[in-house]
Design a protein around this ligand. Structure first.
Ligand code: SF4
Length: 68
């Protein structure tokens, strides 16, 4: 068991929506067409899909940091 903190650098995000498609429980596209983290603290259940989003983001602007 663990907990991870998820962040998006919105200045770098190019708004292609990949993260929101891969992991809609954690990322959403907002009115500005950029990703917003709707669930900033995640557990084991969402870790794999966030990791996939981290690996798939073309501008590497998603971070996931273990906090517990
Ligand atoms: S995958 Fe990266 S660039 Fe694409 S919307 Fe998500 S945060 Fe933005």
């Amino acid at each position: 068991m663990g907990k991870w903190k998820v962040t998006v650098d919105r200045d770098t995000c190019i708004g292609d929506g990949i993260c929101a498609s891969l992991c809609p429980d954690v990322f959403e596209m907002d009115d500005e067409g950029k990703s917003v983290v709707i669930k900033p603290e995640i557990g084991d259940d969402l870790k794999d899909c966030v990791q996939e989003a981290v690996d798939s983001c073309p501008v590497s602007c998603i971070t996931m940091e273990q906090i517990e």
